[in-house]
Design a protein around this ligand. Structure first.
Ligand code: ADP
Ligand code: F6P
Length: 358
């Protein structure tokens, strides 16, 4: 039974390669089911300022292979206010939009659950290069960003080897070390420095010094942008100086920044974006909402957005008073299992970097 006749789609927060593939999948699947689709330009800001365009099968032609988002994205503080929400709801009513699909990260999902509570049922699709949403093993954009990061690190490896240098590389990920850790492993770095695991600086400096003394020429150290010194400095830049001064190896610093948020999405991102987009429409057709589409142990499945948001706070140690009150004992237990698994997976990879960088 088709519950919704017209849906809207928007992308919000930081863009991610693969967002276009998800937009395409949602639009094509909905139209195939005779559900109209409206594109909202510029995320929640477009909903507030009535930037709405009708989508057709052709309006998503030739975008599956493109980075960025054809619907544009934005960070929109006004959406968090009652006035902003009222304008957004008014736009949905004016265009007879029955339900929404929102692509983005946890901020976007907070907005999605607010929309559902205000009468516009919404489903979220996790899109962020950071892979920092606890409820899902995978977020669209992660693989593309890692591959771009890895290729750039490979370029640095060439020049480090030629000049017998070290390169400290700061990579994106906000407070999540997933990009840093995985790319460090895949590019043979001597260390990954991530916010989640304490870093033994003295051990690494001694290791670099020793390896240089026995003939190793090139060194790569990958530092997550979220790691800072106690006085708030970006740790990568500080470490660059220490490697030179303490380990005696000439060292350069590189920050890849937003470069890795663009570019052609990988097969993995296009595939999962398509699967998640189709799943979101199928759920809306069943009249379901306030869900986030997750990938868990290789299976695409929806989870309640509120559960996903609190599971995220649980993992990140950011629980607020009363957060767990609405969840059963089993649900809280499952949040703990999620958090423990995430920690264990990270620790396992971390040990692997050390073990393979002797
Ligand atoms: P991401 O979705 O990648 O986490 P942001 O945190 O910037 O990115 O969130 C994207 C947008 O979602 C924000 O600009 C805002 O419009 C909306 N949003 C964020 N947090 C909330 C919140 N607590 N309540 C309602 N809307 C929110
Ligand atoms: O969340 C994605 C991300 O690219 C983070 O890795 C980074 O910290 C942040 O967004 C940068 O945000 P902005 O695009 O606002 O500079």
């Amino acid at each position: 039974m088709t519950k919704f006749r017209k849906i809207g789609i928007l992308s919000s927060g930081g863009d991610a390669p693969g967002m276009n593939a998800a937009i395409r999948a949602v639009v094509r699947k909905a139209l195939d089911e005779s559900v109209e689709v409206m594109g909202i330009l510029g995320g929640y800001a477009g909903l507030i300022s009535n930037q709405i365009i009708p989508m057709s099968p052709r309006s998503v032609s030739n975008i599956i292979e493109r980075g960025g988002t054809v619907l544009y994205s934005n960070r929109c503080p006004e959406f968090k206010t009652e006035e902003g929400m009222a304008k957004a709801i008014e736009t949905c009513r004016a265009h007879e939009i029955d339900a929404l699909v929102a692509l983005g990260g946890d901020g976007t999902f907070r907005g999605a659950t607010d929309l559902t509570n205000h009468g516009v049922p919404t489903i979220g699709i996790p899109c962020t290069i950071d892979n920092d949403i606890t409820a899902t093993d995978y977020t669209i954009g992660f693989d593309s960003a890692m591959n771009t990061t890895m290729k750039m690190i490979d370029c640095l490896r060439d020049t480090c080897e030629s000049h017998a240098r070290c390169n400290v590389v700061e990579v994106m990920g906000r407070d999540c070390g997933q990009i840093a850790l995985n790319t460090a492993l895949a590019s043979g770095a001597v260390a990954a420095v991530i916010p989640e695991i304490p870093f033994d600086e003295a051990e690494m400096l001694a290791r670099i010094k020793h390896l240089a003394s026995v003939g190793k020429r090139g060194f790569l150290v990958i530092v997550s942008e979220g790691v800072r010194t106690p006085d708030g400095q970006k740790y990568g830049e500080v470490l660059k100086v220490k490697i030179h001064d303490v380990a005696g190896v000439e060292t350069r610093f590189a920050r890849f920044a937003h470069v890795v948020r663009g570019g052609v999405p990988t097969l993995r991102d296009r595939l999962i974006a398509t699967q998640m987009g189709v799943e979101a429409v199928e759920l809306l057709l069943q009249g379901k909402s306030n869900l986030v589409i997750c990938e868990r142990n290789g299976v695409i499945r929806p989870l309640d957005i509120n559960y996903a948001l609190i599971a995220d706070r649980y993992y990140k140690g950011k629980l607020q008073e009363g957060d767990l009150d609405h969840f059963s004992k089993e649900e809280v237990l499952s949040m703990n299992v999620l958090a423990e698994k995430r920690r264990a997976d990270l620790a396992h990879l971390y040990e692997m970097v050390k073990a393979t960088s002797k």
